[in-house]
Design a protein around this ligand. Sequence first.
Ligand code: ZN
Length: 117
Amino acid sequence: MDYMLDTINLDLEHVKQGGRPGATIIVHQETVVATGVNEIVQSKDPTAHGTIIALRKASYVLKSENLNGCIVYTTLEPCAMCLGALYWAEVDIFPTVLVVYQREEIGRLEGKEEVGE
Ligand SMILES: [Zn+2]
């Protein structure tokens, strides 16, 4: 299973529905235990990054604050907050692919000609 591709598709679908970019999938022992997308706007919560949301879900599912052994797939380079959370969760590996959304692409996904400043 290509978890990175799944993460990219999760992100693209979320952006297509109006969300901001940033998706994360957490895998433990070849099983997806959590997903998260950027919900800053929807939740009015500046900490609602996809990685933070997925870490919270994974901790709940695995009943542990220590996520050692998990692999965290993200579409954006973790920010300082998410990187800190990954550190404190003791995640070993977090492959990241930087998905660059062109303004025209976001506009197309939103059904607009182009996105304003
Ligand atoms: Zn972040």
